[in-house]
Design a protein around this ligand. Structure first.
Ligand code: NDP
Length: 317
């Protein structure tokens, strides 16, 4: 590792790591402020939105837009103002003193005056083959994004924490019936959220139950096979299957330098995108365990570019 950090670096003014709505919005603002941003797309170019189908809640798209199209448009917009978009993954960092260092793909060294981290979070999935098969065709990890497509129909939510409770209650307002599938014999969610779930008449909780398989046809999900604690298998008919078993923020490589919470979400100074390291900013889902929306990610991306611009202008005066 040492020799990687001792090689001749490429010097960059503003480095953006991550290519979701936060990263590309930061790039649009940074490029327009003449920060000559270089953006690395990471493991999943376009981020989590590329795994959803239609996005109908992003302001400015009255007819909706697919996740893939929106991310392509954001990329074009960032490039139009001069952002250099590169393929590659940040694999190690050294933020011990400026200029901050980042290794790309375990081989190339960059030195950046300002760094914007927009590496997002990854929704956890159960790991079933059938779940993977129907991703974007009835299997979703975001009720706010996709719930609307199942209005008036029956759906299932898996998980027992606050996210699952919140998603189940949200979906109950849209759907005919919500099956909440919980592997333990209790909910881990806060008391207030538990009460909400228990007091919503169209939510049925299946305790001590695991998902064996998601069934479907060419049009998408049609049902779920469940197994309870006594080994009994039953099938429920649903059109949507929402996985709400937690997210993993993609912050592993930054943790020795950047403060995170217990789960790994980067801590920013409230009302800003500043981290505990001068010149390093964070935006989007990597620092937001709560809202996790494309539009909020884009908003914080804008904040990060403005904060970076301010930081660089003070540095050069
Ligand atoms: P949590 O880690 O709190 O809960 C995950 C849930 O999913 C648990 O019930 C867990 O079961 C279950 N689970 C995990 N893996 C599997 C699996 N393979 N199969 C079946 N079930 C599984 O994650 P959340 O996303 O719910 O919450 C994360 C954090 O965000 C929490 O601190 C939460 O309080 C907070 N939050 C707060 C909200 C609010 O205040 N409005 C809204 C949403 C989140 P088990 O209990 O058996 O481990």
């Amino acid at each position: 590792m040492d020799e990687l950090f001792n090689q001749q670096p490429e010097k960059i003014k503003c480095l953006i790591i991550g290519s979701g709505p936060a990263g590309f919005t930061a790039a649009i603002y940074a490029a327009r402020a003449n920060l000559k941003p270089v953006l690395y797309e990471g493991l999943q170019p376009g981020g989590q939105l590329t795994t959803t189908t239609d996005i109908e809640n992003f302001p400015g798209y009255p007819n909706g837009v697919t996740g893939a199209t929106m991310m392509e448009d954001l990329k074009k917009q960032a490039m139009r103002f001069g952002t250099e978009v590169r393929m590659g993954i940040a694999t190690a960092v050294d933020f011990s003193k400026p200029p901050h260092k980042v290794i790309i793909d375990n081989e190339k060294l960059l030195e950046a005056e300002a760094i914007i981290i927009a590496t997002g979070a990854t929704a956890k999935y159960l790991g079933l083959e059938s779940e993977n098969k129907y991703k974007g065709m009835g299997v979703s990890a975001c009720a706010t994004c996709d719930g609307f497509f199942y209005r008036g129909q029956d759906v299932a939510v898996v998980g027992g924490g606050d996210t699952a409770a919140e998603e189940a209650t949200y979906l109950a307002g849209l759907c005919k019936k919500v099956h909440l599938i919980v592997r333990k014999n209790y909910l881990r969610a806060s008391k207030a959220m538990q009460n909400k779930v228990l007091n919503t008449s169209n939510i049925t909780i299946h305790f001590e139950t695991v998902t064996k398989e998601i069934t479907g046809d060419d049009n998408g999900v049609t049902g779920v096979l469940l197994e309870n604690a006594t080994g009994e298998i039953k099938k429920i008919d649903v059109a949507g299957f929402f996985v709400a078993i937690g997210h993993q923020p993609n912050s592993e490589i930054f943790k020795s330098f950047i403060e995170t919470d217990d789960v790994g979400y980067i801590k920013t100074i409230p009302g800003t995108s500043k981290t505990n390291v001068d010149g390093v900013f964070a935006c989007g889902d990597i620092q937001d365990s709560h809202y996790r929306q494309a539009v909020t990610a884009a908003g914080t991306g804008c904040m990060a570019a403005i904060d970076a611009e301010k930081y660089l202008s003070l540095k050069h005066t």
